[in-house]
Design a protein around this ligand. Sequence first.
Ligand SMILES: CC(C)(COP(=O)(O)OP(=O)(O)OC[C@H]1O[C@@H](n2cnc3c(N)ncnc32)[C@H](O)[C@@H]1OP(=O)(O)O)[C@@H](O)C(=O)NCCC(=O)NCCS
Length: 176
Amino acid sequence: MQALEIRPTTAADLPSITGIYEHAVRYGTATFELIPPDVAEMTRRFGVLMDGGFPYFVAALEGRVVGYAYAGAYRPRPAYRFTVENSVYLEPAIHRRGIGLQLMQRLIAESKARGYRQMIAVIGDSANAGSIGVHTKCGFQMIGTHPNVGLKFGRWLDTVMMQLAIGEGGTTLPAG
Ligand SMILES: CC(C)(COP(=O)(O)OP(=O)(O)OC[C@H]1O[C@@H](n2cnc3c(N)ncnc32)[C@H](O)[C@@H]1OP(=O)(O)O)[C@@H](O)C(=O)NCCC(=O)NCCS
């Protein structure tokens, strides 16, 4: 059994993260990006998330980064400030070993600690059983499907919207 660590992301992790995401962009339908961002662009995106106070974690197996998850702004308008959108990506070779679930559980706990109230997953491709499965296991509810909103690899793709209330969700108002 290899030692798995879930820990906050540092700038030194960004080349590994860029590689994991590059594979997802080139060969997968979970993301609707078509051209893989380079390390400089992933570093810029990391900076935006850190400046915004959002959580970002990596999963490391024996010290090697094999996956990551982060939460960012759902939409820029300020009334959305208690709602985050999450992303989670793993190296393909280590799917279905519970690592995505552990990353998501840490991300949800940290998002709750930071006072966010709702987490939204915008899942590329309604055939993405892995993503729908891990979000369901984390307690996300199915909101619905936007049919045929993406075009990648020469075919139309849906997005699947799922949502999790975090902490007190909408049952109380935040202080201040
Ligand atoms: C989605 C992803 C992060 C899931 O991570 P993972 O480590 O493979 O998933 P886990 O092993 O933690 O699975 C946890 C649970 O999710 C569900 N699940 C995971 N993969 C599944 C699949 N292919 N089919 C059905 N359910 C699945 C199961 O309930 C599973 O629990 P179980 O193995 O005890 O049955 C990973 O598959 C991935 O990186 N996919 C490509 C990128 C992607 O789609 N990212 C999401 C963008 S929104």
